[in-house]
Each structure stands twice: as structure tokens, then as C-alpha cells.
Design a protein around this ligand. Structure first.
Ligand code: HEC
Length: 205
């Protein structure tokens, strides 16, 4: 304890001798403790650099590529929302074709039927093996009444127990699935008068 001040004073002298006083000017280069941090092999934005033949460090976008986070144009088909806001669209913003419904059926059977069942009634394989307790019945009047935008939102981001399918299912396929899901719902809600006359005989009364 007796020498603590002496030791401290010595330390100060040593530090000042090596590092100099604060604000001192020196002609010698500064001490670099981590030279690899001071001198990084990197390109500074907007600064010239001869690494690339055209001398630019900031590269131009390669034609046909899309920057990360910029994949969406703010259109209803991409976001399920009305442009410039957060309101979900009422109905599918794409033209519905037979090809789209076929695609939707295939994608529904791949992505949704494991839980919701190929009929959409919530009796998929995951329920039978007990992996999922309650799976929504997509014929539930509450789900039938959801807008297409809300369905798009549920597929994209998931809902409660259901995970997000946005990362697995591209946007056009989400709309195709919704279109097919609507036909599934209609198949239970429609009545025989809505079937065109030539096809009515195919249905049991
Ligand atoms: C891993 C199982 C699983 C898969 C796969 C799955 N879902 Fe679901 N889904 C659920 C469960 C569970 C619920 C009930 C969520 C809750 O309310 O807890 C649900 C709910 C829903 C609802 C009702 C949402 C609401 O507002 O109540 C819709 C619509 C739906 N799913 C559509 C789909 C579609 C379309 C697909 C295919 C892209 C799909 N789901 C794939 C498990 C799944």
C-alpha cells in the first residue's frame, strides 16, 4: 500500500513517455494496435478505385438483378394490399384462368393439404398422426368471409399456430392457391342450379 502512489506516478510517466500528452502533435506515425482494422482491404463507397477496370468502387446494378429488400413493386399482386397503404385487397388482383386454378390445386395439395386436407376441411395427415391439434377448417363461414387479401396475408405471414408460407410460395402461386381454395369453398356452398345444365347429370342429387 505504501508504494501505490509511487507506482501510479511511474505508470503515468511511462504512459506519457510512450503515448505523449493528449493533443500533442507528432511527426511520427501513430501506433497502430490493430493494423488490419485501420487498413482494411475494402472499397469505399463513391471513391475511385482501380480494382475494377472502370475505376468505380460502387458497382452499377447488373441488368436483370434485383436488390435485396427491393423485390416488391408496391402493387396489389405483390403485396396483397392497395398501393401506398396497409388495406388488404378485396379480391384476387390477377386474371383467373384455368391454368391458374390447376396450378393452385397442385400448390395447395403440396403446401396446404398436409394440414388442411385436400378438401380444405382441416383433416390433413398432421391431424391424423396427432402432430397438430386444431387445424382451421377452410370451409368455416368465418374463413369463407375473409377477403382474398386476408388469405394472402395469412399465407404470407402465417397466423397463430400456422407458420408463414411466404418464403416457400411465390406470390403468383399464393394467388393461385387462393383461387383454388375459393373453388373448394364454392364446391360446398353452391347448389345444383349453379352448375351449367350439361354437367348436372354428373352430380348425385
Ligand atoms: C403445418 C400445418 C399447416 C399448413 C401446412 C398450412 N396451414 Fe393454414 N392453418 C394451420 C393452423 C393450425 C391454422 C389455425 C391457426 C389458428 O388460428 O391457430 C391455420 C389457419 C389457416 C387459415 C385461417 C386463418 C384465419 O384467419 O383464421 C387459412 C385461410 C389457412 N390456414 C390457409 C392455409 C393455406 C392456403 C395453406 C397453404 C399455403 C396453409 N394454410 C398451410 C396449419 C397449417
Amino acid at each position: 500500500m505504501r508504494y501505490i502512489f509511487l507506482i501510479f506516478a511511474l505508470c503515468v510517466v511511462v504512459v506519457v513517455a510512450v503515448a505523449g500528452k493528449r493533443g500533442d502533435l507528432s511527426r511520427r506515425p501513430p501506433i497502430e494496435l490493430f493494423p488490419d482494422m485501420d487498413r482494411q482491404p475494402k472499397l469505399r463507397p463513391q471513391a475511385p478505385n482501380d480494382f475494377f477496370p472502370d475505376g468505380r468502387s460502387s458497382r452499377l446494378i447488373i441488368p436483370g438483378t434485383v436488390a435485396r429488400g427491393e423485390h416488391f413493386e408496391d402493387t396489389p399482386a405483390n403485396t396483397g394490399r392497395l398501393p401506398g397503404g396497409t388495406n388488404l385487397v378485396e379480391s384476387i388482383p390477377l386474371e383467373i384462368t384455368e391454368a391458374m386454378l390447376n396450378r393452385g390445386q397442385q400448390r395447395f395439395n403440396i403446401n396446404c393439404s398436409p394440414c388442411h386436407g385436400s378438401m380444405g376441411d382441416g383433416n390433413g395427415i398432421t391431424k391424423r398422426i396427432g402432430a397438430m391439434g386444431v387445424v382451421a377448417d377452410l370451409h368455416d363461414p368465418r374463413v369463407v368471409k375473409l377477403t382474398d387479401g386476408e388469405l394472402f396475408n395469412t399465407i404470407t405471414y402465417g397466423k397463430n399456430l400456422m407458420g408463414a408460407y411466404g418464403p416457400n410460395v411465390p406470390v403468383e402461386d399464393r394467388w393461385a392457391i387462393i383461387a383454388y381454395l375459393r373453388t373448394l369453398q364454392l364446391s360446398r356452398l353452391g347448389n345444383i342450379d349453379e352448375v351449367p345444365a350439361p354437367f348436372r347429370t354428373q352430380f348425385k342429387k
